[in-house]
Ligand binder design. Structure first.
Ligand code: 8YV
Length: 341
């Protein structure tokens, strides 16, 4: 048995994983071409992946010895899950441990855009500051505004808690509501709890877009959420709207976002994810009212360690303890998988 790890692993976790099998490391920052990944996968039983690694149908089908993909991320849009299940390959991810770090970054981007922190920093460093001016770098008040949270999963909820603490009014839409009007939304127990705890109200996407001073995206990328936010959606937002995305770049039509920024349809944007990372639309690079980050939502030392630990533990659970890892994305194949070992 052999393991392939794409990207680095903390020393202690490398040692833990070595209990299972020798590890080949490939340190890459963008996706390996299919043929290189296929070659690297030959003879490998487990692969540790991250969102840029493309475990598509072709790659999965060409890795006959592969038995587990342990993704170090909560998002798994880079993995063809149905094909993995058909090929009896376990897939795990790392939910839960990155909610606070990602929500912190989303909220930091909101504050940075609202209070023009990056512009202010450049202003001081470039020597333009000549003294106090009453209307210098005026920003947007955060207190008392309305935030629309698109996708109320774990990270959306962590963001909502931060927003509540800053006295924002919270409205949110859930992925199941896409295409539904307000009167078609069925409030469930979770919505009732969110209303009690955070005074948050579930609404349709259209209502959310029309009524939010800030919009923050926290849903998974899927066939239904690809380019969910485009020209029409930006045109529904108020002109003072600040748009935040720490989820996945492909949820947003980037040209539509650039147009909305340049035609002042919205006031600004804070972005940690991009359509074709690491490429960034040139209009977004040029806009002073856009704050950019290089996909660092979960990038705290503690969180990245916790994510790697979940991935390594999932592999050890399955192969050493022969017990079902808690965070399997295809738990339905577990029994069959186990019997075939
Ligand atoms: C990370 C992410 O930045 O979990 C995800 O889906 O996109 C982020 O947590 C990524 O996993 C890099 O390791």
């Amino acid at each position: 048995m052999k393991i392939l790890c794409l990207g680095r692993l903390p020393q202690d976790l490398e040692e833990k994983l070595l209990e299972l099998a020798p590890i080949d490391f490939i340190d890459r920052t963008t996706a390996l071409p299919d043929h290189e990944l296929i070659e690297a996968l030959q003879g490998k039983t487990i692969i540790l992946t991250e969102p840029q690694d493309q475990l598509n149908e072709k790659v999965v089908a060409a890795a006959p010895e592969l038995k587990m993909i342990a993704q170090r991320a909560v998002g798994f849009d880079n993995i063809n899950l149905p094909v993995c299940s058909q090929n009896n390959i376990l897939v795990s991810n790392t939910p839960g441990v990155l909610d606070n770090a990602t929500a912190d970054l989303a909220f930091a981007l909101l504050l940075a855009c609202g209070r023009r922190i990056v512009e202010a920093d450049s202003y001081v460093r470039s020597g333009q500051w000549t003294g106090f001016e009453n209307d210098l770098l005026l920003g947007t008040e955060i207190f008392g505004k309305t935030i629309g949270i698109v996708g109320m999963g774990r990270i959306g909820y962590a963001m909502a808690k931060r927003c509540h603490a800053f006295s924002l009014k919270i409205i949110y839409s859930r992925s199941g509501d896409l295409g539904r009007d307000d009167n078609e939304i069925e409030i469930d127990e979770r919505d009732k709890k969110l209303a009690l705890e955070l005074n948050a109200q579930r609404v349709s996407l259209e209502t959310l877009l029309k009524n939010s001073n800030f919009v923050s995206v926290h849903c998974l990328l899927s066939a239904t959420t690809t380019e969910l936010i485009g020209h029409k959606e930006f045109s529904l937002m108020p002109h003072d709207c600040i748009f935040i995305n720490t989820a996945r770049g492909k949820i947003v039509d980037e040209q539509a976002l650039a147009d909305a920024i340049f035609t002042n349809k919205i006031k600004g944007a804070g972005l940690d994810v991009f359509y074709s990372e690491p490429a960034v639309h040139k209009l977004l690079l040029a806009a002073p009212n856009v704050v950019l980050a290089p996909h660092i939502g979960s990038a705290t030392a503690e969180t990245r360690h916790a994510m790697a630990n979940l991935a390594v533990s999932a592999a050890l659970e399955a192969f050493k303890n022969k017990s079902k890892p808690a965070n399997l994305l295809n738990p339905d194949i577990w029994q069959d998988w186990l019997e075939k070992q």
